[in-house]
Write a protein that binds this ligand. Structure first.
Ligand code: ATP
Length: 245
């Protein structure tokens, strides 16, 4: 059974239907990605799965229905969430930020989890006692992912991880997200950068105006430019904000 199952998920903001009947699944070892331009509904989908936006439909995590339950219950069932914009606490050290992600696990496990995260992101280990505000944007993104990994989640949801990152940094980060899936997590990724997404995803869901309008393997969807031209009516992926940079 898939670790994350989303059925007929809809999100409304007043009269705006931001997410319209979305269905998706992710299981251990898989990277499932949602790609689409600004305003497509990627963040609203991710936040609704995490319980941060009111939604209708059904969301099951590790076999338990969670819609209507609080975010804390979803976290304790095994979902790690990396919000758009990272949300790291600048005045706190790298170590303190990471420990915040470990609030729902036994503190005896903290050292082991910190070791795993510093192995995945060696730069965090080197800057352990520094304020998070002193990190570069890419390092802060790594810290946000590391914090979500503290609870050893079955499902990792990453919202717009490539945003504002230099190409080389986002390439490394996406490769690490692939490694996290290969080690046994189900990873759901929402991002505009189709090039990055295509390099690591097993399945890509193309989102537009709140709906999934196509899905398949990166190979079956063609190149990022073909995707932009076919689904978003632009000549190139970059003009749609979808191409690799
Ligand atoms: P981006 O890449 O810019 O974050 P996105 O694909 O994540 O875009 P969402 O942020 O989910 O898209 O937005 C989907 C739609 O919902 C957009 O029309 C957006 O303006 C609207 N929206 C998002 N959050 C709110 C909110 N809190 N109140 C009202 N409308 C919202």
């Amino acid at each position: 059974m898939s670790d994350l199952i989303v059925r007929d998920l809809s999100v409304h903001y007043g009269g705006i239907r931001a997410v319209r009947g979305v269905n998706l699944e992710a299981r251990k070892g898989q990277v499932v990605a949602i790609v689409g331009p600004n305003g497509a509904g990627k963040s609203s989908t991710a936040r609704a799965i995490m319980g941060l936006e009111p939604a209708t439909g059904a969301v099951s995590i590790s076999g338990r229905e969670v819609l209507g339950h609080p975010t804390s219950m979803r976290a304790s069932l095994g979902v790690g969430f990396v919000p758009e914009g990272r949300g790291v606490f600048g005045p706190l050290s790298v170590r303190e930020n990471l420990l915040l992600g470990g609030y729902c696990i036994d503190s005896k496990l903290h050292t082991k989890r910190l070791d795993v995260i510093c192995e995945l992101f060696p730069v965090l280990g080197r800057r352990f006692e520094q304020h998070a505000s002193s990190l570069s944007g890419g390092e802060q993104q790594m810290l946000a992912v590391g914090r979500a990994l503290m609870s050893d989640p079955a499902v990792l949801i990453c919202d717009e991880p490539s945003m504002g990152l230099a190409p080389a940094v986002s390439k490394t980060l996406f490769a690490t997200l692939r490694t996290i899936a290969d080690r046994g997590a189900a990873v759901l990724l929402g991002d505009q950068n189709a090039g990055r997404v295509f390099a690591v995803a097993d399945e890509v869901c193309v989102m537009r105006l709140g709906s999934i309008i196509a899905r398949g393997t990166p190979r079956s969807l063609g190149s990022p430019d073909e995707l932009a031209s076919h689904y978003f009516g632009t000549d190139s992926g970059s003009s749609a904000g979808l191409a690799d940079t």
